[in-house]
Design a protein around this ligand. Structure first.
Ligand code: ABU
Length: 385
């Protein structure tokens, strides 16, 4: 007999090493794509969100006009009045999800203003607002991503209570290799002064993150059953995509997509798959492989121009959050209540819009897709491509 320590007990004798779960019961974690009927979702928290410092990786995704904000507020909380409004908007979003029959789970509240130091760097935290960046569910497995920002090094701590609970109930729980985030991970001389130069660099596959060690944000992957679409970006390197491909093995095929996007960070404001063979594409960030989808019979629909006014602060993102929607199933989409053209576009596709207002929450970096990680959708592994 093997002897293992089981959580919450002294040593126990068991016949085999393995999870103490009822194997007849279904895993609480299970999702294969972005549109099957949603049963359970994690919604992020704006609480205690802090502004990251203006490090090379932050500079690479923000416009020079925003740098003064990061210089002034880096390491401090986002403006408190703004955060209060974000908290109440996200509470309302959770209520709407519950009303639509979805179980809502939340990360723990953490003080992100605490300074920390590893052998390689010093930083403060950022937030647990965007679970889509750190967690991805593929089948019955939930994977914690090896994110590239130093301010996000300890973000996983806010999700540990949930991860332990899902694991104990039968989910497969993986943390990808944690990056050191030493200086070698970042191109210290990444030229961010001109947008034109950034276009050139990204077309050559050069981003601020080097290939020193694997890193990725989970939001750079878009799940469509056996096919998963990924982009290299300012936070996701080829080493990280290779790790994911080998980790998932032959049941899944990862397709590397390229877009004309000088600030690439997260595929879900660029190429959002909302149904089998149905993609909302960003007209400002053309996909170099769009022919491949057309040949496969997929429908590519251009997102309408975003409606967000110029004076509304969007500190870490573009206006294209308008297309960063969350599918509740193939017929229902959670979409910004002010984005009338986007609502009309979905209605013309026969998809009912569930309008919600999270504009103040958008300001700290994400739309409905970013603010969530779907934990369980009712569906099976299929091929759509
Ligand atoms: N995950 C947020 C993406 C936002 C943008 O593409 O601008």
């Amino acid at each position: 007999k093997l002897v293992v320590a089981v959580q919450g007990t002294r040593k126990q004798h068991v016949d085999t090493v393995g999870p103490k779960v009822d194997r007849q019961k279904k895993s609480p974690v299970c999702s294969y794509n972005e549109w099957d009927p949603l049963d359970e979702v994690i919604v992020g928290r704006p609480d205690n969100a802090c502004v990251p410092s203006l490090t090379p990786e932050v500079k690479a995704i923000s416009s020079p006009q925003q740098w003064e904000f990061f210089r002034k507020f880096g390491g401090q909380f986002f403006p408190q009045e703004h955060l209060k409004k974000a908290v109440s908007q996200i509470e309302e979003m959770c209520n709407v999800l519950r009303h639509e029959g979805v179980t809502v789970r939340r990360p723990d509240i953490v003080d992100w203003s605490k300074a920390y130091e590893t052998p390689d760097f010093k930083s403060k935290g950022m937030y647990a607002a965007m679970p889509r960046d750190i967690l991805i569910v593929i089948g019955e497995e939930i994977i914690e991503a090896p994110m590239a920002w130093r301010s996000r090094f300890f973000e996983y701590r806010a999700y540990r209570s949930l991860m332990k609970e899902y694991f104990q109930a039968g989910a497969k729980w993986t943390t990808a290799p944690k990056p050191l985030m030493s200086d070698e991970l970042y191109d210290q001389n990444y030229p961010v002064e001109s947008v034109e130069h950034r276009y050139k660099l990204s077309s050559e596959g050069r981003y601020v993150t080097t290939e020193f060690e694997p890193c990725f944000d989970a939001a750079d992957f878009m799940r469509c059953g056996k096919d998963i679409f990924a982009q290299q970006s300012q936070v996701t390197n080829l080493f990280g995509i290779e790790w994911m491909a080998r980790h998932l093995g032959p049941d899944y095929k990862i397709h590397l997509l390229q877009f004309k996007d000088p600030n690439a960070m997260h595929i879900d404001g660029t190429f959002n798959v909302v149904g089998p063979g149905l993609v909302i594409v960003n007209p400002a960030r053309p996909c170099l492989q769009s022919e491949m989808f057309k040949k496969a019979g997929w429908k590519l629909v251009e997102a309408p121009k975003p409606m967000v006014p110029d004076d509304h602060p969007l500190w870490m993102t573009s206006k294209w959050l308008s297309m960063n929607v969350l599918m509740l199933d193939e017929q229902r989409v959670m979409v910004c209540k002010h984005e009338t053209p986007t609502i009309k576009m979905f209605e013309s596709l026969g998809i009912k819009a569930i309008p919600v207002d999270i504009r103040f929450a958008n300001s700290i970096g994400g739309g409905f897709h970013c603010w969530t990680t779907d934990v369980r959708r009712r569906g099976v592994l299929e091929s759509y491509f």
